[in-house]
Write a protein that binds this ligand. Structure first.
Ligand code: DAH
Length: 335
């Protein structure tokens, strides 16, 4: 009996190892371990054996069953993973990271600007994109027929309505609805009817600032802008304040930052000058206060407007403003 079990064992081992697929393996299982298998029959017959034989055969049967059970599992695993591989599934390949979306570089830039200005005591105000001539121009001391009006190439919707050409009309709306002190930033998209090129978009983002109170001085404006630029670009940033002209501020200034892409040596972003104009600013013109019903004898203030896209270009090393609107993932994923 024990010899027969040995024979049975080597037969079963060979059959388990040579099974070519899981179907064949299953028939091997049925044959050697199934209810009608020889092994099962020997187990059943144990009770008819005399006690000594019963013990030794019983042990041998149990051992063999155990061993074949383990071999069966191993063969099953081997055949299953081979089956998966031939079905094109290779479990040894490294995992693939799912691609998660991210904020647009302009959004991230704006959020950085907002947090700096909030830290300086400014709150956020918003205004409509479809404006009227009064808020976009007249109240900002740019009357109809004034040549300065040509400075903003405007998309007109009809005789009354236009797409705002800058965020400055939000200054007017805030002052119309509140009394000083006012300290706001007004971010948002603006529109210009001009042919886009590497540094001009027909739509882009601005961030307007306005502070109105009693006794506001130009020195405070300069201080806030320098603080802002240093927060944004680091303490060693080089700035240049130039005299400028805007109808809604007097005196006015334009602020340039040394080009961070070429470190001032000249490149396509700074048109070879080494400097990039980032913002316009100045003391609010008394005519603007009159337009919103403030007494220019009582209140003074400063305003500024900066180009978010320009700042984003400098921060990301992007040399074409149009890339921000094209939503080309190959570009966006690099930033
Ligand atoms: N609105 C101006 C523009 O679009 C930018 C600007 C300049 C805003 C000076 C201001 C300012 O508030 O004081 O070109």
């Amino acid at each position: 009996m024990l010899d027969r079990l040995k024979e049975l064992g080597s037969e079963a081992r060979a059959a388990l190892q040579s099974a070519a697929d899981v179907v064949e393996l299953e028939s091997v299982r049925v044959k050697y371990l199934g209810r009608k298998s020889e092994l099962t029959q020997v187990s059943r017959g144990l009770k008819d054996l005399d006690p000594d034989e019963r013990r030794s055969v019983g042990m041998a049967v149990n051992e063999l069953k155990k061993e074949l059970g383990v071999l069966l599992e191993q063969s099953k695993e081997r055949l299953e993973s081979a089956g998966e591989a031939s079905a094109g599934l290779d479990l040894t390949l490294p995992g693939r990271m799912p691609w998660v979306g991210g904020k647009h570089p302009l959004t991230r830039t704006y959020e950085r600007l907002e947090s700096i200005f909030r830290g300086l005591g400014f709150e956020v105000a918003l205004g409509p994109h479809v404006e009227d001539g009064f808020h976009n121009f007249d109240a900002l001391n740019i009357p109809p027929d004034h040549p300065a009006r040509d400075g903003w190439d405007t998309f007109y919707i009809d005789d009354e309505a236009l797409l705002r050409t800058h965020t400055s009309p939000v200054q007017i709306r805030v002052m119309e609805s509140r009394k000083p002190p006012i300290r706001i930033i007004a971010p948002g998209r603006v529109y210009r009817n001009e042919t886009p090129d590497a540094s001009h978009g027909s739509e882009f983002y601005q961030l307007e600032g306005l502070y109105v109170d009693r006794d506001v001085r130009f020195g405070e404006l300069k201080g806030v802008l320098i603080r802002f630029m240093r927060e944004l670009y680091g303490e060693s940033v080089n700035l240049r304040f130039r005299a400028g002209f805007f109808p809604f501020t007097e005196p006015s200034t334009e602020v340039d930052v040394e080009c961070l892409i070429c470190q001032g040596t000249g490149c396509s972003v700074c048109s070879g000058t080494g400097w990039v104009e980032l913002l316009g600013a100045g003391m609010v013109d008394p005519r603007v206060f009159e337009a919103v019903g403030y007494d220019p004898g009582e209140f003074t203030g400063y305003a500024f407007g900066l180009g978010v896209d320009r700042i984003c270009m400098m921060m990301t090393g992007t040399d074409d403003i149009r890339l921000f609107l094209e939503n080309d993932l190959r570009f966006l994923r690099q930033i």
